[in-house]
Design a protein around this ligand. Structure first.
Ligand code: AGP
Length: 609
């Protein structure tokens, strides 16, 4: 999982490469490098560390040239180091390559190339690609690249440059994203749109197996067999500022504050004009079609998986179709029972998560119908799935997912209502009641972020604790899981979420004097039970912070602090209850001086297994 860029045109390549990489650091940031065609050679500059380290290294001596490639890395093969940073070159320095993905057969290729006399400098899988290109090159750059592609196995997006074809970049992809930005007298290549949006809004989104020969005034795209491909220009509609911080100290905070807008944008286009039902008719589902679905498998990773758990609850409660919710990296290897009566629903903010994509392909191969819920238009998962619905959250840049989660919950809820409408598993009156609650939600999300002072105070007081526990039952447990993940990933505090009823089966042994426990108690049907569990941890002298709905005057009698969220139908409370948990994680990370938007060892989009 890395970010790659390419430039060919009338302007300075280095400028675009560095600016573009800065926008892709969310994909990886343990080293960075660029290769620029300069005075008939390929000049490569790379450095371990953030992009800023590379900028410092070349300051005052930047490569000058009109063609180049760049890379920001998240290490898979070989530790972060100058040598392992991309671009990688062949022995002669005639070719340079940047890569996002994994070359699975690199070891056998490396042995073969070493036997032929190639000398390797790095521990990466990618370097074999540069040497292989050198090995098979017979005077035709494109033909040599095609031969390389025939020999390598794995997932990749790749950009190649050649000293012998100084006006040409070649790029291709398999299972990892790549876009081409179309300029005037210049063209751009990038892993993702934020890298090029300041230069152009006109793009080609490459499909698997396509290869593009990119020059400053032409882009020639062919398929795996070399036949020309006619592509439609995809016009990017985002606002450039949307991908910037807009005055907030961190993207994570900005994205937390964008939630009312994101939730509204996700709800509004799918609400019927009279506001009493859901309009998702684009899906074209009928009673007959839904009756043929006997089981739904929800598959995702991380935060998206936590949204999937809530979706399972919604579908089973409102539609009465059995649902299994699985972590994608488990699902794809557990020989799931799937047939043509199964529907797989995958959740993915980026639409590029490798395990989720593989799970989707596996379920489809076994005959399942498929639906993707994603935030990125034209992403690999969106294209692979039979059908797709988009969370209109706007670009999510912080590694910690916030607005993607809340909008995923919204779509899970609306999808469940839509299915309930078709299958008539809920009355019209109940659906209208839930739709009305939905429409109040954006304003209520806004209320949860109005006064963050108490949260800042907790964060200061408890931010240096080593362990924090989250407890809840039913939907509150699902939200606890997400709260604990947020705290772990941005503040590095050890956080665990437990189903409150499970505590006494082991975890209670960890509850000692002063340990913070965040107890979520918003679900009426299990409220009394959760209260008993809160009393159990209080009896062990834990410090308890309760999350409750407005109007609950009971919880505060048993806990040390309470955070209240607005009253809504309890099915929708997760959308509100998660917001204080996001803020607790954010301010705890600030208290501890962590790099909130770029937590250690993580990357935004996990495009490797
Ligand atoms: C969220 O805070 C995490 N960074 C991570 O768990 C993320 O949700 C997961 O990697 C899945 O990503 P996706 O939604 O892009 O598929």
């Amino acid at each position: 999982m890395c970010g790659i860029v390419g430039y060919v045109g009338d302007n300075e390549a280095t400028q675009f490469l560095l600016d573009g990489l800065a926008k892709l650091e969310y994909r990886g940031y343990d080293s960075a490098g660029i290769a620029v065609g300069e005075n008939g050679t390929i000049r490569v500059e790379k450095s371990v560390g953030r992009l800023s380290a590379l900028r410092d290294k070349i300051a005052g001596n930047e490569p000058h040239g009109h063609i180049g490639i760049g890379h920001t890395r998240w290490a898979t093969h070989g530790r972060p180091s100058d040598l392992n940073a991309h671009p990688h070159t062949d022995c002669s320095g005639d070719f340079a390559v940047v890569h996002n993905g994994i070359i699975e057969n690199y070891l056998s290729l490396k042995e073969e190339l070493i036997e032929k006399g190639h000398q390797f400098r790095s521990e990466t899988d990618t370097e074999v690609v540069a040497h292989l290109l050198e090995e098979v090159y017979e005077g035709d750059f494109e033909a040599a690249v095609r031969e390389v592609l025939r020999r390598i196995e794995g997932s990749y997006s790749l950009v190649f440059m050649s000293r012998r074809d100084p006006d040409t970049l070649i790029c291709t992809k398999q299972d990892n994203p790549l876009v081409i930005g179309l300029g005037d007298g210049e063209n751009f290549i990038a892993s993702d749109i934020p890298a090029i949006i300041n230069r152009t809004r006109r793009t080609y989104i490459l499909n698997d197996g396509e290869l593009a020969v990119v020059k400053k005034d032409s882009v020639w795209i062919t398929n795996r067999s070399g036949e020309p491909v006619t592509k439609k220009v995809f016009e990017v509609k985002w606002n450039a500022e949307a991908a910037e911080k807009g005055g907030y100290e961190h993207f994570m905070l900005k994205e937390i504050y964008e939630q009312p807008k994101a939730v509204r944008a996700t709800i509004s286009p799918r609400m019927a004009k009279d506001g009493r039902s859901v309009a998702m008719d684009d899906l074209g589902w009928s009673k007959e079609f839904l009756s043929s679905i006997h089981k739904i498998d929800i598959v995702a990773c991380g935060t998206a998986y936590h949204a999937g758990l809530v979706a399972k609850y919604y579908i089973e409660k409102l539609v009465r179709i059995p649902v299994e919710c699985d972590i994608a990296s488990e699902y794809r290897y557990r020989d799931p029972i799937v047939d043509e009566h199964t529907m797989i629903i995958v959740f993915s903010q980026s639409g590029e998560t490798s395990d989720t994509l593989a799970a989707l392909k596996e379920a489809k191969r076994r005959g399942a119908k498929s639906l993707a819920i994603t935030n990125v238009v034209g992403s690999s998962i969106a294209r692979e799935s039979d059908q797709v619905i988009y969370t209109w959250a706007g670009p999510e840049i912080a590694v910690a997912s916030t607005k993607a989660y809340t909008t995923q919950l919204i779509l899970a809820f609306m999808l469940s209502l839509y299915m309930a409408q078709i299958l008539e598993t809920q009355t019209e009156a109940r659906i209208a009641e839930l739709c009305s609650a939905l429409q109040r939600l954006p304003g209520q999300v806004g209320e949860t972020i109005e006064d963050v002072e108490p949260i800042k105070t907790f964060a200061k007081k408890y931010g240096f604790n080593e362990d924090v526990f989250y407890i809840g039952r039913s939907l509150d447990y699902d939200v606890s899981l997400e709260g604990a993940l947020k705290l772990k990933e941005v503040s590095y505090i050890h956080a665990e979420a437990y189903a409150a009823g499970e505590l006494k089966h082991g975890t209670l042994a960890l509850i000692v004097e002063g340990v913070p426990v965040i107890a979520i108690a918003t679900q009426k049907s299990v409220y009394e039970k959760t209260l008993s569990n809160i009393k159990e941890v209080k009896a062990r002298d834990a410090v308890v912070i309760g999350i409750a709905a407005e109007g609950d005057n009971e919880l505060e009698k048993y806990v040390d602090h309470v955070i209240k969220v607005p009253v809504t139908d309890e099915l929708l409370i997760p959308v509100l209850a998660v917001v204080p948990l996001q803020l607790i994680a954010y301010y705890a990370a600030i208290t501890r001086g962590c790099d909130v938007d770029k937590p250690r060892n993580l990357a935004k989009s996990v495009t490797v297994e």
